[in-house]
Design a protein around this ligand. Structure first.
Ligand code: ATP
Ligand code: MG
Length: 496
């Protein structure tokens, strides 16, 4: 016995002395090729999200770990992958190259440029999937993020680090609100990321063109996973956008990310799950569909200055069918986000644009971030509108109304008018406050309903021409003082 032990020790010593080093590789073989998803055997020590390389050069990453096989989604072309082909695990999780240079560019979910401009020099690799910062690192939302849309900034204000859902049927102006918000960030020190998921390429071209024309592209990154792309790319697109956002947030910057839209993201994931033959649940979505979006949106937060500051504000977009907010994906995302802006087809067709249904739109945390001056004017408006909605419904059937009701109806109708806003024309905070102040003080009561639009145009024109001192005082003092009110009154009376 002793002899054998000695012998083994001798061998070990020899081995230690030898110059041969051992390299291990995790190798498997393709078992089955399905539509965009490949099942691989032999990869026993891989982790979720790990990147693998096929012999033919294609790459993929692990999305499913079964007892005897691993499910791999292929990034790019999967048509030439054959069963029996060798697969090598690369021992790193899916990451994207990021750098400051990515600003102003259009990239695919793997950060490869799509705009025929030079390659982007990489600064760091950021993991596509990341656990969100814990509560220790976070700070509550107190800094406003101005959208430039009066109705939103007044009634459902958004703060930096918040997640606010934009939800509505097809063609109700969801994308327009998101893009206006990006345009309004000029000079606000906010980096914007627009992530298009499952959109038509023609629509994406219009988005890029709009941003370029408004000089907004220079501080924006467009991540594009169009409908023509594989489901795998559409699935990772929002996570990539989030990774890019985290790169800038880690530098202490404020970032705004738009996911347009998460319904299509859920479809892409459903497609992958069904191909993997996972059990289908409600609306044929897999059981972990909630986790799909919660882990994405949790990554948006505001970081405490102690840990570097910075924030990610998320505006996810969800498309509903016939206004049904109780469908699976809408309810999930409504419960994850800190509020929603609900857009309605009826309002849109009635000419109320942005078509926001103020009754069921909320912002759960943005109120803390709202400027005091805005609070002063918006509080009353909210009440006016709520009362108006209540009255308007039954007043249609009544012929003689008492004075009080008539006054309420008149005020409500005017406020509804004044909240209308053209697309791609965001207002500055000062301008918003002046316009809403006029409505709040009842200056519109004597203006005809059809003249409100003209009134507003004129008012904005005058404010832009000679109201700079008033708006700058409001922005500086952050409240509307009695002296400012005097000045405002003079301005508004001129228009009336
Ligand atoms: P989809 O479901 O197709 O993505 P969407 O909800 O994103 O649509 P948009 O594409 O933003 O809607 O807008 C639909 C149409 O309404 C566009 O032609 C847009 O120009 C118009 N529109 C949106 N908002 C306004 C507005 N405030 N004023 C005037 N037109 C608007
Ligand atoms: Mg859209």
């Amino acid at each position: 016995m002793k002899l054998i032990d000695d012998y083994l020790k001798e061998i070990e010593k020899d081995l230690n002395k030898s110059a041969i080093s051992v390299n291990t590789e995790e190798i498997g073989f393709v078992d089955e090729v399905r539509d965009g998803v490949v099942l691989v055997t032999g990869l026993d020590n891989v982790t979720f999200g790990e990147v693998v390389e096929f012999n033919s050069g294609a790459k993929g990453y692990i999305i499913d770990l079964m007892e005897d096989r691993a499910g791999v989604v292929v990034l790019g072309d999967y048509l030439h992958i054959r069963s029996g082909e060798r697969v090598k695990a690369l021992n790193y999780t899916l990451s994207v190259p990021v750098s400051e240079e990515i600003l102003g560019r259009v990239v695919d979910p793997l950060c490869t440029p799509q705009d025929n401009l030079p390659t982007i020099k990489m600064d760091k690799m950021y993991p596509v999937e990341k656990i969100a910062p814990t509560v220790v690192y976070r700070k509550s939302v107190t800094v406003p993020l101005q959208t430039g849309v009066k109705a939103i900034d007044a009634l459902t204000p958004i703060g930096r680090g918040q997640r606010e859902l934009i939800i509505g049927d097809r063609g109700t102006g969801k994308t327009t609100i998101a893009l206006d918000t990006i345009i309004n960030q000029k000079g606000q020190n906010v980096i914007c990321i627009y992530c298009g998921i499952g959109q038509k390429n023609s629509k994406m071209a219009l988005v890029v063109d709009l941003l370029r024309r408004n000089n907004a592209l220079e501080y924006t990154v467009v991540v594009n996973a169009p409908a023509a792309d594989a489901a795998a790319l559409q699935y990772i697109a929002p996570y990539s956008a989030s990774a890019i956002a985290e790169y800038f947030m880690d530098k202490g910057k404020d970032v705004l990310v738009i996911y347009d839209d998460l319904s299509k993201h859920a479809w892409a994931y459903r497609q992958i799950s069904l191909i993997l033959r996972r059990p289908a649940g409600r609306e044929a979505y897999p059981g972990d569909i909630f986790y799909l979006h919660s882990r994405l949106l949790e990554r948006s937060c505001r970081i405490d200055e102690k840990y570097g500051g910075g924030s990610i504000t998320a505006l996810p977009i969800v498309e509903t069918l016939e206004g049904d907010v109780s469908a699976y994906i809408p309810t999930n995302i409504i419960s994850i986000t800190d509020g929603q802006i609900f857009l309605e087809t009826d309002l849109f067709n009635a000419g109320v644009r942005p078509a926001i249904n103020i009754g069921i739109s909320v912002s759960r945390v943005g109120g803390n971030a709202q400027t005091k001056a805005m609070k002063q004017v918006a509080g009353k408006l909210k009440l006016d509108l709520a009362q108006y909605r209540e009255m308007a419904a039954f007043s249609q059937f009544e012929s003689d109304l008492d004075e009080e009701t008539k006054k309420l109806l008149n005020r409500g109708a005017k406020v509804t008018q004044i909240l209308k806003q053209d697309k791609n024309k965001p207002y500055s905070l000062g301008e918003e406050i002046v316009v809403l102040w006029a409505a709040h003080k009842g200056f519109l009561d004597t203006v005809g309903v059809n003249d409100v639009e003209k009134f507003e145009k004129k008012l904005i024109e005058i404010v832009r021409r000679k109201g700079h001192d008033v708006t700058s005082i409001i922005l500086k003092e952050k409240i509307i003082s009695p002296e400012t009110e005097h000045k405002l009154e003079k301005l508004v009376k001129e228009v009336v």
